[in-house]
Every structure is written in structure tokens, then in C-alpha cells.
Write a protein that binds this ligand. Sequence first.
Ligand SMILES: *Cc1c(COP(=O)(O)O)cnc(C)c1O
Length: 382
Amino acid sequence: MSTKFPLDHFEQLQTPFYYYDLGLLRATLKSICAESKKYGYKIHYAVKANANHRLLNEINAAGLGMDCVSGYEVQCAIDNGFGQNGIVFAGVGKTDWEIELALAANIECFNVESVPELEVIDALARKTGKTANVALRINPNVDAHTHHYITTGLDENKFGIYTWDLENVLNVVQRLKNVNLIGLHFHIGSQITDMEPFRELCSRVNELQKWFESHGVKLTSINVGGGLGVDYSNPDINEMPDFASYFGTFHKFLELRPGQQVHFELGRAVVAQCGSLISRVTYVKNGRQTKFIIIDAGMNDLIRPALYQASHKIQNLSASGAEEKYDVVGPICESSDCFGKALLLPQTKRRDIIAIRSAGAYGEIMASRYNLRKFAPTYYSE
Ligand SMILES: *Cc1c(COP(=O)(O)O)cnc(C)c1O
């Protein structure tokens, strides 16, 4: 049993719901700020991980900027006061209204992913007499060694500008009058727990810096994206990622020029561990080989297991003692609506409370109304 959760309180609530530990979020933010400050790094929160307003308040209060991948996220950044801390905007398919909104908000930087996008930003900026700061999002062809759906920095991915096209892109950007090239941007993938891909990214950045230098281009901004992973298996032992070694890796391996600012875009690492999806057991059912625990949360509430074969730690908060093997599944009419197979859990019965841990990132924000279910409500530790 866990003392982390107010079980008496949970028992009075209708399930499923998301539960956020704001104390843990604050401690995580404190660690991010302390470790990044050592090197003067600037952190933007990748809001696509979770746009819950209470979480955004905490993140804004810690002084992080925001990394957006849609016009709606840019609007969210503005509405939640992230403008003064710096908004950056990436995405392969920015439409005209999204670019116009970001131009009107004078965002810090567009992370540009193609030549046609550069040309559209230039044209729309010219219409309003503005000059847009742009960074080239470069696909560094670094393998993040993560699930293929969440790797983004390989030549086969749709993201970014390919290095073989750089000469052409540089010609275009230098010809355009209403875009101002300030830097480079990278994002190699997500849930990266080994520092090796980040070391590799640093050496690719170093090579590219030399290339731009040899072409007479001065860059002031180096944005290395996000992707730092969390420990989904042991959320109580590793409540926070090792931010010291993460930022330390970049400090050790990035070769910077005077006056260059390094930017990061962390999503998962900020919010994953502070959130849990809390559910009740509806039935325990005997299959031929397995026992199923059927809970009242489904893939519409948390799609990561179905979409990325992700595994979250699952805890029975109501029971302890002798363990048995169970498959934990949701009520949705899809076989992929399964949260874990052959898990050892204490003997479980109807109405027990189940916590699906580390659900703060890419959980609530990816919820859908599939099967006409309602969005799960949200509760907080304070
Ligand atoms: C999703 C995303 C991030 C954040 O990724 P995490 O793995 O959650 O840290 C950062 N930058 C860009 C451009 C993204 O698309």
C-alpha cells in the first residue's frame, strides 16, 4: 500500500480521474531550474505533454518559457502568461493563421522545418511589416533508440530540414528579407533515458556549427529540444530524472561560440511523474490462462500503452499481501485497450482502487471521447 495517495479521499470520488501531485511538480521544477542555471541554459516547457491549467501555473511561476507545436498551443502560451519567458513554435505543418497568430504575439522564435514554410513565414511577416526570428530545425539523423513512433531525428522521419538540403535552405533564408536566421533547432525523440544519443546530438551540433561558420553565418541560439525520459518502472525510486547529468552532458560536449544561448524543450521530464490515472476495479474475470482485472479507465483516458506499447507501473492501492498474475484491461471495445499483461498484483477484488503511475505526460492531453466516454476529471494534492 502507498502512503503517497489519500486513499480515503479517493474512495469517495467517482472514477476514473487524473490526480496530480503539485508538490512533486514543484520539486521537479526546482531541480530543473537549479541544474540548468549552472550553465545559463533556457528551458521551454513543451506544452503538448500536458496543458492542465494548474500545472501551467506552477511551470510559469518557475520561469520556464513554452515550446508550442500548434497555433492553439501558442494561444495557450499567451493566455497563460508565457509570452515574457519566451515562446518557440515548431511543427512541420504550420498553417497561415497559426503563423499570423505567432507573428502578432512577437514570439521568440519560429523553428522552421522546410523551405516552403520559410517562404510563407517571410510573406506573412512582410504583410504586417515584421521580421520573424527563425531557427532551422535540422534533422540530425541521430537514432534516439526509443520507440519508432517517438523517434523524430532520423532521415526517414518527416521532421526538420535534412542535412543534404542545407546549402539550398541557407540560400533561401539569406535571400528572404522578413526572416532573421538566429539559430539552429533539434529534437531527436522522446523518452530517452541513456545519455549517449544526447552526446551524439552534441557532436552533430558541433559539426553543423562549423559548417554554418564556414558559410559566414553567425548563430546566437542553439535549441537542442527535449526528449529526456523518466523511469516508468520505478516512479517512487526515481521521482525525477537526473537533470544534473542531462544538462551536464550538454555542457561537457557542446562547443559554443561566445554569446550563444542554449535552449531546451522539456515536456515529459517535467510532468510525467507528478500525474496518476486513478481507477476502480469493475470486475475480476477468469480467463483460460489469465485473470483479467477490468478497470473503469480505458485507452481513451490514457492511450500510451495502446499507441506506443508503453508500460506504466500499476498499483492496487486498496490491497496488499499475496500476489497473483493479472492482465489489467479497460472497458473499451478494442483489444489494444490493455494497460499491462501478466502483472504481479496483490489479490484484487471488485471496487479496489488502482493507480496507473507516471501518467502526467501525454495522458490527460491525449484523452479522447471514444465510445462516447466522458473526459476524466482532475484532482490535485492541494
Ligand atoms: C514533443 C516535443 C518536445 C518535448 O518532448 P519530450 O519528450 O516530452 O521532452 C520538444 N520539442 C519538440 C519540437 C517537440 O515536438
